[in-house]
Design a protein around this ligand. Structure first.
Ligand code: XLS
Ligand code: NI
Ligand code: NI
Length: 436
């Protein structure tokens, strides 16, 4: 029995359509700069929010109406939920999904039992992937929900918890590999601290690096070719998360010899919490050749937590796509909707509205970014702004053929620097608005 009997495959109906259950802008096969929208965007549905979030908040119980879910932690319920998930993803027309080990299958009393539960659900996931053609963008392990991870996993003060986390990730890597996952994400759920009074930061960071090196070794051992990602987030649930932003992650990866093994999975709301824009995080990652994948969501400017809302702001999606296109596109990564419907949007159909909105917002961002690129004025402005480095003293600076002494001689002879030109921020903001 279908879980969404009244909803058929979501179709592209174009900008004039008034049908809320249709795409107005996302046309999977439409080509943009020679690549289909489907390939540029590589949309992915997250299992944890879309199928496990009961929509509770710190002040009240969950409101979600999910008739297919009996609310139990049984393997059978997990299996039938998995089938519903694929009905949803197929009807939506998203090519990918992503999951945590513990949101697809229930945690057992022992690791052995949890692994058995996971295997039973993975069997269904595998069959459903085959039936629908939907693929796994990335897998991950939940190393933060169970009380054992109260002090973290890889950064826990308790070595047994480190070992438990390692065993859990080992299994999660195996099932991700078995399901043909194109990547694997490390989000350090509780890898951080609540207070420095009880924390040996250096030791915890060393342990985190050890953990990731072990994962790299195990990946090689089982022949898993997927891309590893680290997902920056500055706070929540801990006061300070070690992977606080893109720059902090890159520094950590370089310091510990991991830079060749992991790229970044950037999330908009995490960028906001770090006091950055998503565009900033994307540019930091791209500059380091580490732009991997994005968790597409948004926060609320008035609220200081990870509200994980669906992205609908066209400026945001345009900025994302400009940075992504400049970097050559997402290769193994995707636009993964790490987002949840509001507690007040509790009906099953709201899941469709939310994803359709996010997909259309990104499709518009893609088209607008392509138009800005085709127009060329923005890129030309930025290029010309640095033209003093294309010849003369600037070219020598970039080539590394001059030092302080030569530059002193140069300026002493010249007397004063050439005049600056305007940054033209307002003009460029107006230019962007021509396209939005
Ligand atoms: C939480 C994170 C999480 C990761 C996957 O804030 O965004 O959902 O993406 O563990
Ligand atoms: Ni995320
Ligand atoms: Ni998040």
């Amino acid at each position: 029995m279908p879980a969404f009997p009244d909803i058929s495959r979501i179709a592209f109906e174009g900008a004039k359509s008034k049908n809320p259950l249709a795409f107005k802008h996302y046309d999977a096969n439409e080509k943009v700069e020679g690549r289909t929208m489907k390939d540029w965007l590589r949309f992915s549905v997250v299992y944890w929010h879309t199928f496990r979030n009961r929509l509770s908040d710190p002040f009240g119980a969950g409101t979600a109406i999910r008739p297919w879910d009996d609310g139990s932690e049984s393997v059978e319920n997990a299996q039938s939920r998995a089938r519903v998930a694929f009905e949803f993803i197929e009807k939506l027309g998203a090519p990918y999904y992503a999951f945590h080990d513990r949101d697809v299958a229930p945690e057992g009393a022992t690791l052995r039992e949890s692994n058995k539960n996971l295997d039973a659900v993975v069997k269904v996931l595998k069959a459903e992937q085959k039936r629908t053609g939907v693929k796994l963008l990335w897998g991950t392990a939940c190393l933060f929900a169970h009380p054992r991870y109260a002090h973290g996993a890889a950064t826990s003060c308790n070595a047994d918890v480190f070992a438990y986390g390692a065993a859990q990730v080992k299994k999660a890597l195996e099932v991700t590999h078995e399901l043909g996952g194109e990547g694997y994400v490390f989000w350090g759920g509780r890898e951080g601290y609540a207070t420095l009074w009880n924390t040996n930061m250096k030791r915890e960071l060393d342990h985190l690096a050890k953990f990731l090196h072990m994962a790299v070794d195990y990946k090689k051992a089982i022949g898993f070719k997927g891309q590893f990602y680290i997902e920056p987030k500055p706070k929540e649930p801990t006061k300070h998360q070690y992977d606080s932003d893109a720059a902090a992650c890159l520094n950590f990866l370089r310091e510990y010899g991991l830079i060749d093994h992991l790229k970044l999975n950037l999330e908009t709301n995490h960028a906001t919490l770090a006091g950055h824009t998503m565009q900033h995080e994307l540019e930091v990652a791209a500059a380091a050749g580490a732009l991997g994948s994005i968790d597409a969501n948004t926060g609320d400017a008035m609220l200081g937590w990870d509200t994980d809302q669906f992205p609908t702001d066209i400026y945001l999606t345009t900025q994302c796509m400009l940075s992504i296109m400049k970097a050559g596109g997402l290769t193994t990564g995707g636009v993964n909707f790490d987002a949840k419907v509001r507690r007040e949007s509790f009906e099953p159909v709201d899941l469709f509205h939310a994803h359709i909105g996010g997909m259309d917002a990104f499709a518009r961002g893609l088209k607008i970014a392509a138009a800005i690129r085709a127009d060329g004025r923005l890129a030309k402005f930025v290029h010309d702004r640095y033209s003093s480095y294309d010849s003369g003293v600037g070219a020598k600076i970039e080539a590394g053929s001059v030092g302080f002494k030569e530059l002193e001689t140069y300026i002493l002879k010249k007397g004063e620097a050439a005049p600056n030109t305007s940054g033209r921020q307002e003009m460029l903001e107006n230019l962007i608005n021509e396209f939005i």
